[in-house]
Ligand binder design. Structure first.
Ligand SMILES: *Cc1c(COP(=O)(O)O)cnc(C)c1O
Length: 432
């Protein structure tokens, strides 16, 4: 079986189950597989997304979950369409927003929830999942775990810094889901969660787990759709593609790197950020400078200290190696709006602000290298209807709201307001 080590290097090597349940390693590092499996040939003949996902999952999960159970997990988790089509010329796009919360985080959350539920089902314990969200993570996780036995979910989100619709999605579920409205930034929320995981008093009283993109159980399934996209676009098993990934915490991009390390032929990864560009800056200068995040239209990517950077380092070792595979580009809010407008005018397609950041990065990539024949696949991370105001600002058109979002809008918000520090979080957790 494949075991998992911590990127900090001092925690014990653990099983897939333990890495999944812990989220963050005890030395505050992120778990990574000791060995990266090779994609099996069966992957290249799969015809449905669930089959394609299972082929890669079985290789990497490597017996930690029996094949039949894993097959069911994939079938149940990935029960919605994942269209990959040509946008224009050599640019393809993969719509990752057809799950229940209309954003790509459904993939990770639904797979992780079902894996955890598989392992919890074998014991009789109860766990609390803590999630910091800058927008979409929380609702995807909440939906993924909604009414799952033995699991409570506590979501921390920055008050006033997520869209109205995102807030509705976070705060209207009830049951085993609680939303904490933190008076601070997303970085505060993320920090509080990290602190809670190493707080001795909390560790003694409850089993805490994480569901942020730091959880290996979320990272793994995000690699599956890179394989799927490749199959839709390339005829031969050896022809490379280029992926463009709108990035914040860089979990999505790291999942692509993982797929590539498993053998997927990828020429380049384009790391697209908004002005929170700590990673593109590192690729350019070699200096990694975390700083407070700035608010933008693509708010799910407003991250000042990308947590998966340590995994990127673990996979590549040096900046030179990283530079060979990854190019970073940043996009301002004004460019985001201009991109939404020009793509709509040109081909009638509406990009959400995050995907627009990706599209603009492709244009910058072309400016730098010239246009190429190698297919570039843009990962579209959210449905545009989730960012109605920004879209309206760019184009004079209303967008059809998917049913899943309409339902959340109609419900009443329930949240608990807390200060942006660990004692406030502890008080809530210990006195529930
Ligand atoms: C979370 C999110 C991102 C960023 O993904 P990371 O894995 O954090 O890099 C991009 N777009 C949307 C819509 C998101 O919800």
């Amino acid at each position: 079986m494949i075991n998992y080590y911590s990127t900090e290097g001092t925690a014990d090597i653990v099983s897939f189950e333990d890495a999944l349940m812990a989220g963050l390693a005890p030395d505050r590092g992120l778990y990574m597989p000791e060995r990266i499996a090779t994609l099996p040939d069966s992957l290249y003949s799969s015809t449905t997304f669930a089959e394609c996902a299972y082929a890669a999952a079985e290789a990497q999960v490597d017996g930690a979950i029996p094949s039949d159970d894993l097959k069911n997990i994939c079938r149940e988790a990935f029960n919605f369409p994942v269209p990959v089509t040509r946008l224009h010329d050599s640019i393809y796009h993969m719509e990752l927003f057809h799950g229940p919360t209309a954003a790509f985080k459904d993939f990770g959350a639904r797979f992780m929830a079902r894996c955890m539920s598989y392992f919890i089902g074998k014991k009789s314990s109860r766990i609390t999942i803590l999630v910091a969200t800058s927008g979409d993570t929380g609702s995807a996780v909440a939906r993924g775990f909604y009414k799952v036995d033995g699991i409570d979910v506590v979501i921390l989100y920055p008050s006033g810094k997520v869209s109205h619709l995102q807030e509705k999605q976070l705060t209207t579920l009830g049951e085993n889901i609680t939303a904490l409205e933190v008076q601070g930034t997303f970085d505060d929320c993320q920090h509080m969660v990290k602190e809670a995981f190493i707080d001795q008093e909390l560790l003694k009283t409850m089993q805490l787990s994480s569901a942020n993109s730091i959880n290996i159980g979320r990272l793994l399934p995000q690699s599956f759709y890179y394989n799927w996209a490749y199959l839709q676009v390339q005829q031969k098993k050896s022809d490379p593609v280029i992926f463009c990934t709108p990035s914040g915490n860089f979990g999505n991009l790291t999942a692509g790197l993982l797929a590539h390390k498993m053998g997927l032929p990828v020429e380049k990864f384009i790391a697209a950020t908004n002005i929170n560009d700590v990673v593109p800056e590192y690729l350019e200068t070699g200096v990694f400078t975390p700083r407070p995040s700035k608010h933008t239209y693509s708010n799910a990517m407003d991250v000042g200290n990308p947590s998966n950077f340590s995994r990127m380092q673990a996979l590549y070792g040096s900046r030179e190696a990283m530079n060979n595979k990854i190019e970073g580009y940043n996009t301002t809010d004004a460019e985001t709006i201009a991109t939404i407008r020009s793509v709509y005018d040109r081909i009638g397609y509406i990009l959400d602000p995050h995907s627009a950041v990706g599209y603009n990065a492709i244009q910058m990539f072309y400016k730098k290298h010239g246009e190429c024949d190698t297919p570039i696949i843009l990962l579209e991370t959210a449905h545009p209807a989730k960012f109605h105001d920004t879209i309206h600002n760019a184009i004079d058109r209303d967008i059809e709201i998917p049913d899943v979002l309409r339902e959340a809008m109609a419900k009443e918000k329930h949240s608990i307001v807390i200060e942006n520090n660990l004692p406030a979080l502890k008080e809530f957790l210990l006195n529930r």
